[in-house]
Ligand binder design. Structure first.
Ligand code: SF4
Length: 524
C-alpha cells in the first residue's frame, strides 16, 4: 500500500508536522527539476529514479479537479484524477468537505494505487478537490503533495495548484516577516498564506487580493468547509474548465478540471473555460464569478496543444486532436520528403503523424510499439545494455520498417539522446532511410511556468544548428515545424494568445531564472 498522509480524518494520526520538521531545510517547489532531484540525492540518483529523470521528454507538473454538490464527491474527484493521470504520476491527493470538517488524504504513487475503496470511504462530503502531480519521492515530496490543507486565520482552506509561481522569493520572505508559518515548502501554500494575511473583509475579496499579488502560472482549485473556488492566472498559462452534471430532482453538480477528458468519464457536460484572471466561486447560492485581473494579454501554453494535453480534450477553446492534426499537415507541407511510410513515435506523435501521412499521401504505420506497462521503477540489469531505457519502452515492428524509407514523427527533441536512440532503432530494424520530423519548432529556452525543462545549457537546439543536430541523431534528414506554421495550426475564431517562450525565448512575464538561460555548453 502507498504511504499516505491523512489530515483532518477522524481516528487517523496526522503526521504532517513530523514530516515538516524533517523537511524544513529542503527545497521542494511545485516544479521539481532534475537538478533539484540531483541536489536532494547528493548527486547520486537511485537507479529507479534515474530512469524517470533521464527521460528525454518534458514533464507536465499537475492536474487539478473540483466537485461541488455530489453525494460521492470523493469518488467523482477520483475518477477525474484518473482521467488526468497523464499530467503527473508521482503523487495524488483528494480533500473533501461536508460543511463541518475538511479532510485531506494524499500519497505517493498513481491515483488508483492511493485511493482504494477503504481510503475513499474516509473522505465524506459533497465537495472535493483533487490533484495529481509530477515530482520526486521522499517525505518532503509527500508533505508537498497536494491538496495542501492549511488552518488559517480565515478558517480551513485546501488548495490544489497547476503551474509555477515566479515571484516566490519576495512574497514568501515578506509573509515570514509578517509572522506566517509555512507548513510546506510548496509555492501553492504561499497563496493560502497571502489569503490568511489579507486585510480584505470577505474571503472572496481576500482570495482575489492574494491572486493579484503573485506572478506566474496558476490554475487553482480551493475549498473551504462550504465553498469551492476556481481561478486562472491573468495570462491563462494552464487550462481549467468548468462542467455540470444533471441530478434528477436536485441542483446540478458543478465540476472543474484541468482538461475536459475528465468530464467525459463523469458524463459531465462541458460548460466553459475559466477565463484568464477570473475567480469563480460555487456555494449554496450557486455559481458566481469575478475578474480579479484584466488587461493582460493572454499567453496560454502552446505546448499543451503540442504534447501535454490528451487529444480527446478541448483546451483553450480548441480540440487538441485538431491542433495536432493541423501541425502534422503543416509539417508535411513545409518539409515533405519522398518516403514509403510515416511512423509516429508513440504515443504523443500519433495524431501529428496521422495528419502528416494524410497530407503527404504516404501510408501511416505503427512501426514502433510502446510498452504501456513499463513501471516507474524497475531493476536495471547489472551490465548496462546500450540504449536499454529506450528499448524498454519502444520496440520496432521489423516487417513494417525493413527496406523502407521512413518518416518518423515526434513532438520534440530536448537533449537529442533519445531521438538518436530511436533513429538507430528504426535503422537497425532495416529502414533504408530515416527522416525525422518534429511537430513544433526547436526548443531553445527553458520554461518557468510549470513545465520541467532542462536549463538552456542542456537544450540541444539552443546550442546547435539543425544540421548539427541531424548529424548527432544520425538521421538522413531533420526538419521542425516553423513557428508560423505552429501558430497557424492552432488559429481559430477564439483568437487565443499563446506563450511560445520555449521556442522563442520571449517570456510573457518579467521574471526568469537567469542561471537557467545562460549560454550553452553542450558538446555533441
Ligand atoms: S515556455 Fe513553453 S512550455 Fe512553458 S508555458 Fe510557454 S509554451 Fe508552455
Amino acid at each position: 500500500m502507498s504511504r499516505l498522509l491523512f489530515q483532518g480524518v477522524p481516528g487517523v494520526t496526522d503526521i504532517s508536522a513530523q514530516l515538516h520538521a524533517q523537511s524544513r531545510r529542503s527545497l521542494a517547489p511545485c516544479r521539481v527539476s532534475r537538478r533539484a532531484v540531483h541536489a536532494r540525492w547528493g548527486g547520486l540518483l537511485p537507479r529507479s529514479l534515474e530512469l524517470v529523470a533521464s527521460g528525454d521528454k518534458l514533464h507536465e507538473e499537475c492536474g487539478v479537479v473540483a466537485v461541488y454538490g455530489h453525494p460521492h464527491a470523493a469518488r467523482e474527484a477520483y475518477l477525474s484524477l484518473y482521467a488526468l493521470q497523464h499530467r503527473g504520476q508521482e503523487s495524488a491527493g483528494i480533500a473533501t468537505a461536508d460543511g463541518q470538517r475538511l479532510a485531506n488524504i494524499k500519497g505517493m504513487g498513481l491515483v488508483s494505487e492511493i485511493f482504494t475503496d477503504d481510503v475513499l470511504a474516509k473522505l465524506p462530503g459533497r465537495m472535493a478537490i483533487g490533484h495529481t502531480r509530477y515530482s520526486t519521492t521522499g517525505d518532503s515530496a509527500l508533505l508537498n503533495a497536494q491538496p495542501i490543507r492549511v488552518d488559517s486565520t480565515k478558517g480551513l482552506i485546501a488548495i490544489a495548484h497547476n503551474g509555477n509561481l515566479v515571484n516566490l522569493g519576495n512574497v514568501r520572505a515578506r509573509l515570514e516577516r509578517d509572522g506566517a508559518y509555512f507548513q510546506t515548502t510548496s509555492d501553492s501554500e504561499i497563496i493560502v498564506q497571502l489569503i490568511a494575511h489579507s486585510s480584505a473583509g470577505s474571503l472572496v475579496d481576500a482570495i482575489a487580493d492574494s491572486l493579484s499579488q503573485v506572478e506566474g502560472a496558476f490554475s487553482i482549485v480551493m475549498m473551504t468547509r462550504d465553498r469551492i473556488f476556481a481561478a486562472r492566472d491573468p495570462h491563462g498559462f494552464r487550462p481549467l474548465s468548468m462542467g455540470r452534471m444533471k441530478n434528477p430532482g436536485g441542483p446540478d453538480t458543478v465540476v472543474f478540471a484541468s482538461e475536459t477528458c475528465a468530464f467525459d468519464l463523469l458524463r459531465a457536460e462541458f460548460v466553459r473555460d475559466i477565463l484568464p484572471g477570473e475567480l469563480v466561486m460555487v456555494s449554496e447560492d450557486g455559481v458566481t464569478s469575478r475578474q480579479y485581473a484584466s488587461g493582460i494579454p493572454q499567453s496560454s501554453c502552446i505546448f499543451e496543444q503540442v504534447y501535454f494535453a490528451r487529444p480527446d480534450s478541448r483546451i483553450f477553446g480548441r480540440w487538441v486532436q485538431e491542433s495536432r492534426d493541423q501541425m502534422g499537415r503543416q509539417l508535411a507541407r513545409e518539409s515533405g520528403v519522398p518516403a514509403d511510410v510515416v511512423v509516429p513515435v508513440p504515443d504523443s506523435g500519433v495524431t501529428a503523424a496521422l495528419g502528416y501521412a494524410e497530407e503527404a499521401g504516404i501510408p501511416f504505420r505503427f512501426g514502433l510499439i510502446r510498452n504501456h506497462y513499463v513501471g516507474r521503477t524497475f531493476i536495471e540489469p547489472e551490465q548496462r545494455v546500450r540504449d536499454f531505457g529506450v528499448r524498454l519502452k519502444l520496440n520496432p515492428v521489423h516487417n513494417l520498417l525493413e527496406g523502407k524509407r521512413v518518416i518518423l514523427i515526434d513532438d520534440s527533441i530536448i537533449r537529442g539522446t533519445t531521438s538518436r536512440k530511436i533513429v538507430r532503432m528504426v535503422r537497425g530494424a532495416g529502414a533504408t532511410e530515416v527522416h525525422l520530423r518534429i511537430s513544433c519548432p526547436p526548443t531553445i529556452s527553458p520554461c518557468f511556468y510549470g513545465v520541467d525543462t532542462p536549463s538552456k545549457k542542456e537544450l540541444i537546439a539552443a546550442n546547435h544548428s539543425i544540421e548539427e543536430i541531424r548529424h548527432f541523431i544520425e538521421a538522413d534528414s531533420l526538419a521542425y515545424l516553423s513557428l508560423d506554421g505552429m501558430l497557424q495550426s492552432v488559429r481559430d475564431e477564439n483568437n487565443v494568445g499563446y506563450c511560445t517562450a520555449c521556442y522563442t525565448g520571449n517570456y510573457p512575464t518579467q521574471w526568469v531564472d537567469v542561471e537557467d538561460i545562460l549560454p550553452a555548453t553542450v558538446t555533441l
